[in-house]
Ligand binder design. Sequence first.
Ligand SMILES: Cc1ncc(COP(=O)(O)O)c(C=O)c1O
Length: 379
Amino acid sequence: MVDVSKLVKKSIKNLTTYVHGGNVWEAAQISNMPVNQLLDFSISTSPTGAPKPAVEAIRQHIDLIHHYPDLDHEWLLETFAKFAEVKAENIVSCNGSTELIYLFAEVFLGKEYEALIPVPSFSEYKAAIERAGGNMVFLGCDPKENFRLDVQELEKSVTSKTRIIFLCNPNSPTGQLYEKDDVLEVIKFAAEKNIMVFLDEDYIDFVVDGKRYSMAQYVNEYENLFILRTLTKFFGLAGARIGFGIASPYVAKILTKAKMPWSVNSLAMFGAAEAVQDEQFIKKTRLLVSSSKKEMMELFKEISWLKVYPSETNFLLIQITKADLTSTKLREGLLKKGILIRDCKDFDGLSDKFFRVTVRRPEENKKLIQQIKSFKPAD
Ligand SMILES: Cc1ncc(COP(=O)(O)O)c(C=O)c1O
């Protein structure tokens, strides 16, 4: 009798499964509610959903679905380049930005090398390092200092084996926005040591004055810099799976070469091209998130057993200071009412006293806060 388990590579069998927010499919089953009636605060996407012209473009092109996607899609690279204020030769597209996290680790890491991650941060960096067979080194950021990035400590954590430094700016799940000077210092330091900097700017579009904070303009000067962007978050195209990387022409070319052919589907391409050109959507969404967040933070202040961390993006990291309540209990209780929050207990550097919520429309935020205020652990 064949034993297929003996044929699977050990490195694959031992892979860790990581938790994500946004699992509305499971939540719909547990709460016995249809997906579109759930209030999802666990996935950090725009409260507005995807721009209408993007959805319309997807509809209009649906009949072309029997064709393969445009392999080179130069037109889309040009569109992303214009949006990010770089050149098309600096762009590599991807099937959601997760694809490039894995690809990057595959290209630059091996079992003899290390990748450094300030934590807490996005868990897929770990997953990608593990898949590539590399070693991870964590640098804990201090909650007492609002998880600020300590550049000196980061530099001290670098060894002769370090190949990648992962940075997320603004960082998830903390909402911290690192100063441009600090990020530049890390890039310069890494350049001298021949280390790649993987800078995840997936949430930068939500930042007021985000263009000022983006490091996109530095990719030609510093070939060790790679920037990640997505259409999942700000443009609400999570289900279409599309994003892009910004890098020097050499790095963009290498990653393009290493990518699976046709990884980005045609419908995602047509939708994305419309999305990034929708100036009105961009302006409206940024304003809505900014004002809704201010109001949400004020409302959270009324709950004495919660500590809300400052955030420069579209979600809030919150700590439960009450002894007899955990984030898991809160998540489970709210789920029964059709409300999803992101339990942060699985993040390195956090615990079951932390959760993350996305800024949604003011009336939806109020519903969440009302439910939390009246929450009893037995609910
Ligand atoms: C910081 C960060 N980077 C990358 C991703 C991956 O997003 P996607 O693959 O949908 O572009 C996420 C998703 O949660 C994230 O929070």
